[in-house]
Write a protein of this length. Sequence first.
Length: 187
Amino acid sequence: MFFIIDSWYILLAAFVLFILTLFIRTRKRNYRAGQYFLLITFAIYLLAVIHLVFFPIEIWLGVNKSTQPLWQVILQEINFIPILTIDIPSFVLNVIMLIPFGIYLPLLNGKVGSAKKAAMNGFFLSLSIEVLQLTIEVTLGSGRIADINDLIANTLGAAVGFLIIEKLVKINLFKVLVSKFSFAKSV
């Protein structure tokens, strides 16, 4: 027997908490409206990613019938084989999923000034996602597996997103627009 945890209860509460915290903690700072917009849209984007990669969570009740040791169960839930086991549609969707992350990074943090740094941030975000997916699968049985190809695709997506924003800010009109939203001194 199992029951399902849907994302809306958790993510809506997280968003409301984020909005309250944002406005309480930034009252004395001189944020521009565009910067608030950037933070709020980034939060919505991250919540959408969380919705896509973790939910719904199926919690299995009752006795675990597996007689295998935990380490064997964990190894069964991880795809360690890169490239050869790629599911092309899933790979493309994982690249697309982290393109916005790569676009947001230099706008939120001026220290992310290269595709390599964006890729590293994308890698660590993706690694966190994969570890959490594995943990949820092993503890609750969510039906998701950790996949090395997702890690590669997400890292690539963050780098592509950075390259997109890097090219766009070379257009003067877009550069002016970005300056109204960005926290970085120069993008």
